[in-house]
Ligand binder design. Structure first.
Ligand code: DQA
Length: 143
């Protein structure tokens, strides 16, 4: 089985972007962490885009191919109703979608305290660095 691990805008700069907030590791490091911790037979398909439309189309693909989703919507978290509606298609289809964040948005600026995605997500894990993804992966692939 394949798990889609989708990352939104500016996360391609992970490692050099605000390392005090997001750490010094990049997306390749994240992929390596997830591959190393994945259960046998679980394939990690990790992607990143700065493009809202592309992210939405990947969520359609999750529905069509029945793949669980781990989604870090990045700044889209806070205002993209289009992304929320596409993410809702995933959970309405009976597939898990876990919203993850590296930082804890609730401990940061006020505009980050709102997520338009959380209400339609299966669950939310935030503030644990890459462990947010690792724990989400464990959940969506539990036997
Ligand atoms: C983030 C938190 C968001 O507020 C921010 O816009 C990001 C990353 C996180 O993983 O901590 O780009 O989703």
């Amino acid at each position: 089985s394949t798990v889609l691990v989708l990352n939104g805008p500016n996360l391609g700069r992970l490692g050099s972007r605000e390392p005090d907030v997001y750490g010094a590791a990049n997306l390749d490091d994240l992929r390596a962490v997830l591959v190393a911790s994945a259960r046998d037979g679980v394939n990690i398909d990790l992607r990143q885009t700065d493009d809202e439309a592309e992210l939405i189309h990947w969520l359609y693909q999750a529905v069509d191919e029945r793949m669980p989703v781990i989604l870090n919507p990045a700044a889209f978290t806070h205002y993209s109703y289009a992304l929320r509606d596409a993410a809702a298609l995933v959970t309405k289809a009976g597939l898990p979608l876990i919203e993850v964040h590296i930082s804890n948005p609730h401990a940061r600026e006020t505009f980050r305290h709102t997520s338009v995605v959380s209400a339609i997500a299966t669950g939310v894990i935030a503030g644990l660095g890459f462990d947010s993804y690792r724990l989400a992966l464990d959940f969506v692939t539990q036997p």
